[in-house]
Design a protein around this ligand. Structure first.
Ligand SMILES: Cc1cc2nc3c(=O)[nH]c(=O)nc-3n(C[C@H](O)[C@H](O)[C@H](O)COP(=O)(O)OP(=O)(O)OC[C@H]3O[C@@H](n4cnc5c(N)ncnc54)[C@H](O)[C@@H]3O)c2cc1C
Length: 288
């Protein structure tokens, strides 16, 4: 596993802006992005500094990737599923694991959420967002994973060795990954997550139901809030909580851009990325 000074999860404006500063500070920087982020759909940007002519979101990102690479940053395409701490941050991706002294979460804002009755109310009482963290509590018990992509299969893989039984629920969506042998995939739309003090099952829109002791939410890809929660960083459920230096409550973990909330614009993301970079440079030089 290669070790970096800094790993930036997200290759949008916040992540790339940070990479410009950390690589110019001569810190070994890896930027991991899974796709073009929010700007993939932005056909015309005309409110960002220095644009004589409007430019597409993709072009803006691609130009900055060239700039970051030319300054020494390493950029790769991968999807991160999990972050933990073991004498440094360890990031688990689809293609492998990565290690760093400091990490910046710059994964944008998640637009995928499940609006299912009972889900929010039962969070922490059978509804979990971290299989590695909570699998132990479900030894020999029935669990369900809510999701329809590779991230759901990753979360399931943490549960299978300990749970009594496991099932994948896609809440009406097509299942886009490959389920491990013997694990049922139920694609029916979910009406509610049931239970008074703790989850006891789910009811589907067709009136049928499924008993389960735990529901692990793994919708779409792991978003910033999912990743932050896994390593113990505070969130308000939608955004990561940071101080004025873009630091989270976990030493060495920073966040910038749309994932911290506020004004969801390129200029904010770029500014926060720069600020986070300066804080990470200080952190790595002092503690690394
Ligand atoms: C259609 C549209 C038009 C817009 N137009 C404008 C505009 O004209 N002007 C303006 O200022 N702003 C505009 N915005 C807002 C702007 O795009 C965002 O504010 C900005 O992109 C936020 O940057 P970011 O780096 O925080 O996140 P993003 O740009 O969303 O980048 C997130 C990055 O994280 C990566 N990522 C996410 N999860 C993972 C994971 N698990 N593993 C690895 N990588 C991951 C993504 O692949 C991506 O690289 C627009 C947004 C949209 C949707």
């Amino acid at each position: 596993m290669s070790e970096y000074d800094i790993i930036i999860v997200g290759s949008g404006p916040a992540g790339l802006s940070a990479a410009l500063y950390t690589s110019r500070a001569n810190l070994r920087t890896l930027v991991i992005g899974k796709d073009q982020g929010a700007l993939a759909k932005a056909e015309k940007i005309e409110n960002y500094f220095g644009l004589a002519e409007p430019i597409s979101g993709c072009e803006l990102v691609e130009n900055t990737k060239i700039q970051a690479r030319s300054l020494g940053a390493e950029l790769i395409t991968d999807e991160i599923f999990h972050i933990s701490w073991n004498q440094g941050f360890v990031l688990e991706g689809r293609q492998g694991n990565y290690q760093a002294k400091a990490v910046l979460l710059a994964t944008g804002t998640s637009r995928k959420k499940a609006d299912i009755r009972g889900l929010a109310e039962l969070e922490g009482h059978g509804v979990s967002y971290c299989a590695i963290c909570d699998a132990f509590f479900y030894r020999g018990r029935k669990v369900a994973v809510l999701g329809n992509e590779e991230y759901a299969v990753h979360e399931l893989s943490q549960l299978l060795p300990v749970a009594g039984s496991a099932v994948i629920l896609t809440d009406g969506k097509e299942f886009l990954a490959k389920a491990p042998e013997g694990v049922p995939v139920i694609t029916k739309k979910i009406r509610s997550v049931d239970g008074e003090d703790a989850v006891c099952g789910v009811t589907f829109e067709d009136g049928s139901s499924l008993e389960t002791d735990g529901l692990f939410v793994a919708l779409g890809s792991a978003g910033a809030v999912d990743l932050a929660r896994k390593v113990g960083a505070l969130t308000d459920g939608r955004s990561i909580q940071v101080d004025e230096t873009m630091a989270t409550n976990v030493p060495g973990l920073y966040a910038a851009g749309d994932c911290t909330g506020g004004l969801l614009q390129i200029s904010t993301a770029v500014g926060e990325g720069a600020k986070a970079a300066m804080s990470m440079i200080k952190f790595v030089r002092r503690d690394g």
